[in-house]
Design a protein around this ligand. Structure first.
Ligand code: SF4
Ligand code: SF4
Length: 141
């Protein structure tokens, strides 16, 4: 069951982007300014932007990321995450590659996600292995 789930949603067995990139966003996305992101999990970057704690350092890892990279992870503030996290597409979501997803995965020793395979029985329906939006993660990060 877990294997099937991971094929459909590779992010739950990855998390690399949440431990590779700086997650910065407009300051008013924090919950002290009417947004959703718990402000105590953020740091000020400048007068206009905040970052998720842990991501603005030489070896980033978001404070909200729980679990082991490449094994099983989830975002502890998934429903409250910032726009930069919501807008980060997993590779091949909507049929498009994402070099930033590939780069983060490779930095953690994980291979880039392969493009979806086309079902020869139904070549117009490549949905068999197309990643679906994550139920618990990340930016996917
Ligand atoms: S978007 Fe890519 S790098 Fe980020 S968790 Fe998903 S598979 Fe991993
Ligand atoms: S998706 Fe969650 S764990 Fe990943 S960077 Fe954003 S807040 Fe952090």
């Amino acid at each position: 069951m877990e294997t099937v789930q991971n094929e459909l949603n590779p992010c739950i067995a990855c998390g690399a982007c949440c431990a590779f990139y700086r997650a910065s966003f407009y300051w008013a996305e924090a919950d002290d300014a009417g947004g959703t992101v718990p402000v105590e999990l953020t740091e000020k970057l400048n007068d206009f932007r905040r970052v998720m704690r842990g991501t603005n350092q030489p070896k980033p890892r978001c404070i909200a990321l729980v679990g082991e990279i490449g094994k099983h992870i989830y975002c502890s503030i998934y429903d409250q995450r910032s726009s930069v996290c919501r807008d980060f597409p997993v590779a091949w979501e909507n049929g498009l590659p994402n070099e930033r997803c590939d780069k983060a995965r490779m930095a953690w020793g994980l291979p880039p996600l392969p493009p979806p395979t086309v079902n020869p029985e139904s070549p117009d329906d490549p949905t068999t292995t197309t990643p679906s939006p994550s139920p618990t993660l990340p930016r996917a990060a």
